[in-house]
Design a protein around this ligand. Structure first.
Ligand code: MLT
Length: 203
């Protein structure tokens, strides 16, 4: 498995210079976890999939937490910078058109993607956040005008408090992003409707 800037990752090129999905897995996943989902969402997309740098009881994730839903904010800032640098480096290495990149993050991966928008907005223009919550409140709101996000939430999500998902959506909107939030009759796990909604949004 290749490594770049300390990240182990997968890069699958299908369409040089075309659409690329940046896949960010949840706790306990790895760089292979979301490859099938990415191929289902857009069969023509290049797939860039880094493994989270942290190990929590042997499970990879993207930043440290003190307890479920209680995050180590200093570590989020540090890891968000590292991921932004990785995206930059991978973009240069594989000549990825960054304006044609969409992040797809699930759970902890959705939270680090949200953090990229809040702290390093130059890193991404578009994202699909699957089961996110507000990872942190930045000192100053970023300028997210022109950015587009789809937030797919579960009404019965046992891990992501609904008010935190709503707070994240409102913060992104207040920062100028165009955000579509969809509440589904489900919990934290992904369902087939997530795939259909995400496919439709990508078109
Ligand atoms: C997080 O840590 O980002 C959330 O609690 C979701 C998760 O369990 O990964």
């Amino acid at each position: 498995m290749p490594t770049l800037n300390g990240f182990t990752y997968q890069y699958i090129e299908k369409n040089p210079g075309g659409h690329t999905l940046l896949l960010l897995h949840g706790t306990g996943g790895d760089e292979n976890d979301l490859l099938d989902l990415g191929a289902e969402l857009d069969p023509q997309a290049n797939l860039l999939s880094p493994r989270g740098e942290i190990l929590e009881n042997g499970m990879p994730r993207s930043f440290r937490r003190l307890a479920p839903g209680v995050f180590d904010e200093a570590d989020i800032v540090f890891r968000t910078d590292e991921l932004a640098e990785f995206i930059e480096a991978a973009g240069a290495l594989y000549q990825i058109d960054r304006s044609r990149m969409t992040a797809v993050g699930y759970s902890n991966g959705a939270n680090i993607a949200a953090s990229l928008f809040l702290l390093r907005p130059e890193a991404l223009d578009r994202a699909i956040l699957l089961r996110p919550m507000l990872p942190l409140t930045p000192e100053m709101l970023p300028d997210l005008s022109g950015k587009k996000l789809l937030v797919l939430a579960g009404k019965y999500d046992e891990l992501m408090p609904a008010e935190s998902t709503t707070a994240l959506t409102q913060m992104l909107q207040k920062s100028g992003a165009q955000v579509e939030l969809v509440w589904q009759d489900t919990g934290h796990a992904l369902i087939s409707t997530d795939v259909r909604l995400a496919q439709d949004w990508l078109k």
